[in-house]
Design a protein around this ligand. Structure first.
Ligand code: NAD
Ligand code: IPM
Ligand code: MN
Length: 369
């Protein structure tokens, strides 16, 4: 039987730097666990624009549709800020998400014990934290029409984006959240702004409908997203699974990142409908961006990208035990005090480089055998 296929789109800035460490991990699984992937690579974001004049070539899109899973680093950067909106690096990523119909973006925020003291919050607030944010990823204000910048009636301009959700778009991501909750602590909190937005009212009603008709066994609560942001830093352990829309999910997940110590720690899985083999269409990517302020300096923390690969093992390849092995290796390395610069407080210390962090995780994998 053919090996499962992976398409690597490393992208821009620190994307290729953190992805280089994931490649070491992929190599380790092939060599030491005989878990082999057919790995191919292509361009996305600014890197694709430089070659093709577009942030995602049609051919790359077709390859992404054909593989078992896509691994993405990060896109964007100041060099590309001047580009027309239609060809900005971020459009490449948004096209992948939309055309692959990756509607459920799983963003787990877990605080490793070794980092509980490092979070900007008190250790007792974050120690043992394990929450899952499920962000709707293919609709809402990111894609709603009409959109654009138009002349207004007073000689100025008007910028328009449209928040738009349909029943089915809400129901399907709600189902993803309830399914995950059943395998966790059986609680879902749905966040919107039903107090000011009609789309928020629909969101609340449809999530409630899915609960009442299909998942009455799961505890469901609703919260306004602004309160949700406050509660996330007040007492995050009250949450198990959070389900929310595209824009709120983007903001709330960066906020949740700091509960874990660093944005460089947060992985994600973007999942769509099952393919012919029963596995979901999937793209795995860290939550962070291309970090232009540290790119090219060997400072980036590769753990978010490495943990995204762990999510691929779990959600695309049914290798939950191997995913847990990789997560434990990360935990061990952190417990041993290995730190990239983002994981160091004002008291300082000597940080390791991106490559040294990857090597330490590979060594911990070796030690797990
Ligand atoms: P960012 O996530 O790139 O960086 C925010 C801050 O976090 C920076 O100080 C950065 O140095 C730090 N950081 C991020 N990842 C880190 C890591 N792995 N290790 C250590 N420190 C890390 O967000 P930004 O600066 O707002 O955006 C920069 C560019 O990235 C923009 O073009 C943006 O559109 C893009 N972006 C892309 C993605 C993606 O590809 N999924 C996500 C977010 C932002
Ligand atoms: C993310 C990023 C993206 C988003 C950008 C780069 C399109 O911030 O994945 O969190 O806004 O969804
Ligand atoms: Mn974001």
């Amino acid at each position: 039987m053919a090996n499962p296929s992976l398409l690597i789109l490393a992208g821009d800035g620190i994307g290729p730097e953190v992805m280089a460490e994931v490649k070491k991990i992929i190599g380790w699984y092939g060599e030491k666990r005989a878990i082999r992937f057919d790995v191919s690579e292509d361009l996305v974001g600014g890197a694709a624009y430089d070659v093709h004049g577009v942030p995602l070539a049609d051919e790359t899109m077709a390859r992404a549709q054909a593989v078992d899973a896509v691994l993405l680093g990060a896109v964007g950067g100041p060099n590309y800020d001047v580009l027309d909106f239609s060809v900005k690096p971020e459009r490449g990523l948004l096209r992948l998400r939309k055309e692959m119909d990756l509607y459920a973006n799983l963003r787990p925020a877990q605080c490793f014990d070794a980092l509980a003291d490092f979070s900007s919050l008190k250790p007792e607030i974050v120690a043992g934290l394990d929450i899952m944010i499920v962000r709707e990823l293919t609709s809402g204000v990111y894609f709603g029409e009409p959109r654009g910048i138009f002349p207004d009636n007073e000689g100025g301009r008007v910028g328009i984006n449209t928040q738009r959700y349909t029943t089915e778009e809400i129901r399907r991501v709600a189902r993803s959240a309830f399914e995950l909750a059943r395998r966790r602590n059986n609680k879902v909190c749905s966040m919107e702004k039903a107090n000011v937005m009609e789309s928020g009212i629909l969101w609340r009603e449809e999530v409630q409908w899915v609960h009442d008709n299909e998942y009455p066994d799961v505890a469901l609560s609703h919260m306004y997203a602004d309160n949700g942001a406050m509660q996330l830093v007040r007492w995050p352990k009250q949450f198990d699974v959070i389900v929310t829309d595209n824009l709120f999910g983007d903001v709330l997940s960066d906020c949740a990142a700091m509960l874990t110590g660093s944005l460089g720690m947060l992985p994600s899985a973007s999942l769509g409908a099952p393919m012919a083999n029963g596995r979901p269409k999937a793209l795995y990517e860290p939550v962070h961006g291309s970090a232009p302020d540290i790119a090219g300096q060997g400072k980036a923390n590769p753990i978010a990208c490495i943990l995204s690969f762990a999510m691929a093992l779990r959600y695309s390849f049914d290798l939950g035990d191997e995913a847990a092995r990789l997560e434990k290796a990360v935990e061990k390395v952190l417990a041993d005090g290995v730190r990239t610069a983002d994981l160091m407080g004002p008291e300082g210390g000597t940080p390791v480089t991106t490559a040294e962090m990857g090597d330490a995780i590979v060594a911990a994998l070796d030690a797990s055998l």
